[in-house]
Design a protein around this ligand. Structure first.
Ligand SMILES: Cc1cc2nc3c(=O)[nH]c(=O)nc-3n(C[C@H](O)[C@H](O)[C@H](O)COP(=O)(O)O)c2cc1C
Length: 366
């Protein structure tokens, strides 16, 4: 079945992309993911001076289900790539030579200086990558140099920096947004005003994964201390879905959305498509389950399309957006439906007659 989709003029063999992070840490792993069947990859974020990037160990922390032990939340305090820019430029060239039909997106980040952003854009563009993703959203570490979410939290900076990039770039530019903000639409619309063709959302949510009750140290603990980090994996998915739907309902129609956050299987990915994403990105899921997870992603999407009669991935995009409403409208619809039923019991009676857990289950949709 044809799972391809055209986004901002780029043809993706399927909508499944590696999200920026460890899964796209060098050319070798990106090539391995293309061989496994991924439609594209967003490489690990790069900047001009890798020497300024020093990572710590340990830098990850997991939140597990108390019953099954399954990982449901994941915190990281990892920085952007610490590999030299020259090595990356050579690897981008090599990947595009070996895999011309797979989409390669370079994630870039720099300090607040026009010359630095434009130099990086020109250098990377010359390698033949298909698009840029501007990292306005890493919420830890890089923020101490006023990078990442320090930009994404300020709409004026998003607009200005995006316009610096689009001034010298002739390939599509996506802006990757931070969820650590009240209204994600504002900085996203600003990036669009700066020339962004697409919005990627979400990056990680600021978090503290836990505290060791023996040592009293918050985690992950590096020489006894920590910093808040970025939360990802299944637990963030509902927040990501909400933000993606807000973007899909609030951005101009021609702006594409790449949905990210807690995707682990085809069911999760299809939810993002239905709420307006035309591609989806997966980072933590690949770290926990490996690149082979793409087999299930593709099979599950094919089965869904067959079962529901969709002829292309594009037909799925945004299909569920029409079902968002206002609370007042929900009340009106509910009252109209109730009027048609006889014997309406009072609310107090409904709660009084049943065990509270039973009543809660009755009022829950899944
Ligand atoms: C260990 C780790 C490193 C990451 N590094 C980057 C990065 O370099 N650039 C970036 O834009 N996002 C980075 N992210 C964020 C992911 O791309 C993604 O936006 C986020 O984790 C939510 O998606 P997920 O639940 O599929 O991981 C990183 C995430 C993790 C877990």
């Amino acid at each position: 079945m044809d799972l391809s989709i055209v986004v901002n003029g780029m043809t993706f063999p399927n909508p499944f992309l590696l999200g920026s992070g460890p899964p796209g840490t060098n050319a070798r792993v990106i090539a391995k993911s293309y061989d496994a069947g991924w439609g594209g990859a967003v490489a690990k974020t790069i900047s001009l001076e890798s020497a300024k990037v020093v990572n710590v160990v340990p830098r990850y922390g997991k939140l597990r289900s108390k019953t099954s032990g399954e990982v449901i939340g994941f915190e990281n305090i990892e920085l952007i790539s610490d590999r030299p820019i020259d090595v990356w430029l050579e690897e981008f060239r090599q990947i595009k030579k070996d895999y011309p039909k797979h989409i390669l997106i370079a994630s870039i980040m720099e300090e607040y200086e026009k010359g630095r952003w434009q130099e990086l854009t020109r250098m990377v563009q010359d390698t033949g990558v298909d698009a840029f993703e501007l990292n306005f959203s890493c919420p830890h570490g890089m923020t101490e140099r006023k990078m990442g979410s320090e930009m994404g939290e300020h709409p004026d900076l998003c607009e200005q920096v995006t316009s610096w990039v689009t001034e010298v770039s002739n390939i599509p530019v996506w802006a990757k947004m931070t969820p650590n903000i009240t209204n994600i639409k504002e900085p996203s619309l600003a990036a669009v005003r700066g020339g962004a063709a697409g919005i990627s959302a979400i990056n990680t949510i600021l978090s503290v994964i836990g505290v060791d009750l023996n040592t009293l140290r918050p985690m992950p603990t590096v020489e006894g201390h920590t910093v808040p980090g970025g939360y990802s994996s299944q637990a963030v998915r509902p927040i990501a879905l909400r933000m993606v739907s807000q973007l899909a309902l609030g951005l101009p129609q021609d702006v594409s959305i790449s949905g990210i956050g807690g995707i682990e299987n085809s069911h999760d990915a299809i939810e993002f498509l239905l709420l307006g994403s035309s591609t989806v990105q997966i980072c933590t899921g690949v770290m926990l389950h490996g690149v082979k997870m793409v087999d299930e992603l593709k099979e599950g999407l094919e089965k869904f399309m067959t079962d529901k009669g969709f002829n292309s991935v594009q037909e799925i995009v945004g299909k569920s957006l029409g079902y968002f409403s206002t609370h007042m409208e929900l009340v009106q619809k509910m009252k109209a439906a109730k009027r048609s039923k006889a014997g309406e019991a009072s609310r107090d009676n409904e709660w009084g007659q049943k065990d509270i857990t039973e009543k809660t289950a009755e009022l829950t949709s899944n």
